[in-house]
Design a protein around this ligand. Structure first.
Ligand code: HEM
Ligand SMILES: *[C@@H]1O[C@H](CO)[C@@H](O)[C@H](O)[C@H]1NC(C)=O
Ligand SMILES: *[C@@H]1O[C@H](CO)[C@@H](O)[C@H](O)[C@H]1NC(C)=O
Ligand SMILES: *[C@@H]1O[C@H](CO)[C@@H](O)[C@H](O)[C@H]1NC(C)=O
Ligand SMILES: *[C@@H]1O[C@H](CO)[C@@H](O)[C@H](O)[C@H]1NC(C)=O
Ligand SMILES: *[C@@H]1O[C@H](CO)[C@@H](O)[C@H](O)[C@H]1NC(C)=O
Ligand SMILES: *[C@@H]1O[C@H](CO)[C@@H](O)[C@H](O)[C@H]1NC(C)=O
Ligand SMILES: CC(=O)N[C@H]1CO[C@H](CO)[C@@H](O)[C@@H]1O
Length: 325
């Protein structure tokens, strides 16, 4: 009986993994086996080399992947440059301070030399985001399934309606995530990426100087921290950048949740996570590093699946910045 069950499971597993290669809307592990062996090693090598020389890149690259996935799915559309006829996603206001595009170009160049027109730009972004964050741990922190194809459309006008705003409340943020097939748990966990990187004054200075239009401060912001932020952003017009996690700004850890609980989340969208009872209790639990890392890994796989193009529904761009001629 036991052996019989085992056989059924094995047959089912083999069938599903064989079918998996032909299923058109599903990503797979080791998609490039046989067509571009070593692709993950090449991406990791270049990403680690670049991150070793510039510790702002992990934040740039993981945010790039997030913005790619939330506009038209993870299809590399965030990488396309504007053309004479089209203003691309890159030109939209929330993209201020997107960066790391040169890292993607360097990886793409190496992969085109090794296996021309085989590895999509969308997969490169997903892998580079993982590897950039993983560098400090010297091991891969989540699995990246591959097989994404690249889209050929990138529109500035699609960014604002899809990318969550730092001024949004919990229910709006939750709706932004639900619209992508994600949930409130993903929202709380993925916001933990704000443990690295910076935010610009204009995206939170209303909380310091004019929260309700009466020259007031956001009462949900820690007062001492507000004083600190006011030194960094002396007025409503200031444009400098502030670390989102003031404790360990370049370390991927759970200090985002530590500062959040002290009411030191930088954006209203960060503070909003404390306004929903179940989200707040999840915040409390995510301070545990091993829980955070496993939850983050799970949610990144879910993020990387959003709206992917597979099979014949996209292309493998030759140059990540332009659609194939
Ligand atoms: C929940 C909704 C989210 C909102 C409202 C939001 C908003 C923002 C804003 C306004 C900035 C600062 C941009 C700037 O001033 O230049 C930022 C930065 C950042 N975000 Fe988010 N974000 C969200 C979710 C995410 C997710 C899901 C990730 C990744 C998994 C992410 C990763 C980052 C990183 C790493 C930075 C720092 C970028 C840098 O240092 O250049 N964010 N986010
Ligand atoms: C831009 O649009 C014009 C007119 O619609 C067309 O002739 C031209 O080929 C387009 N250029 C590009 C780069 O797509
Ligand atoms: C590090 O990378 C960022 C993002 O691409 C870039 O703006 C910055 O100039 C780089 N810093 C150095 C020292 O190269
Ligand atoms: C959240 O913000 C939206 C959009 O501004 C608004 O319609 C909604 O009433 C707000 N929800 C709560 C609970 O404040
Ligand atoms: C604060 O907001 C109010 C209402 O939006 C506006 O009239 C006022 O000019 C703002 N104050 C400053 C200093 O910008
Ligand atoms: C918290 O958020 C969840 C998910 O959006 C929602 O189902 C629940 O009603 C919210 N709870 C409260 C108290 O707002
Ligand atoms: C864009 O992609 C779609 C779907 O793959 C394809 O039908 C269309 O011909 C492409 N358009 C251009 C201009 O490449
Ligand atoms: C990387 C990139 O293209 N950033 C653009 C984001 O939007 C601003 C303002 O529209 C542009 O000036 C940046 O070049």
């Amino acid at each position: 009986m036991k052996i019989c069950n085992l056989l059924i499971i094995m047959v089912a597993f083999l069938a599903s993994s064989v079918l998996g290669n032909y299923q058109s809307n599903v990503l797979s592990p080791n998609y490039y086996w046989g067509s571009c062996d070593g692709v993950e090693e090449i991406v990791r090598e270049i990403t680690w080399k670049r991150v070793a020389a510039n510790n702002t890149l992990p934040a740039k690259l993981i945010r790039m992947h997030f913005h790619d996935c939330f506009v038209r799915g993870c299809d590399g559309s965030v990488l396309l440059d504007s053309t004479a006829n089209n203003t691309a996603e890159k030109a939209a206001i929330p993209n201020l301070s997107l960066g790391g595009f040169d890292v993607i170009d360097e990886i793409k160049k190496a992969l085109e030399l090794k296996c021309p027109r085989t590895v999509s730009c969308a997969d490169i972004v997903a892998l580079a985001a993982r590897d950039a964050v993983s560098y400090q741990f010297r091991r891969s922190m989540w699995e990246v399934l591959t097989g994404r194809k690249d889209g050929n459309i990138s529109r500035e006008s699609e960014v604002l309606p899809n990318i969550p705003s730092p001024f949004s409340n919990f229910s709006t943020l939750n709706q932004n995530f639900v619209n992508k097939g994600l949930d409130a748990r993903d929202l709380v966990v993925l916001s933990g990426a704000h443990t690295i990187g910076v935010g610009h004054c204009n995206l939170f200075s209303n909380r310091l100087y004019n929260f309700t239009g009466k020259g007031d401060q956001d009462p949900s912001l820690n007062r001492n921290y507000a004083t600190f932020l006011k030194r960094k952003c002396p007025n409503l017009a200031a444009t400098s950048a502030v670390n989102m996690d003031p404790i360990t700004p370049t370390k991927f850890d759970t200090n985002y949740y530590v500062i959040l609980k002290r009411n030191e989340g930088l954006f209203q969208s960060d503070a909003a996570l404390l306004t929903n009872t179940s989200a707040k209790s999840f915040v409390n639990r995510l301070i545990n590093p091993s829980l955070f890392l496993s939850e983050f890994a799970r949610s990144m796989v879910r993020l990387g699946n959003v709206g992917v193009l597979t099979g014949d529904s996209g292309e493998i761009r030759e140059n990540c910045r332009v659609v194939n001629p």
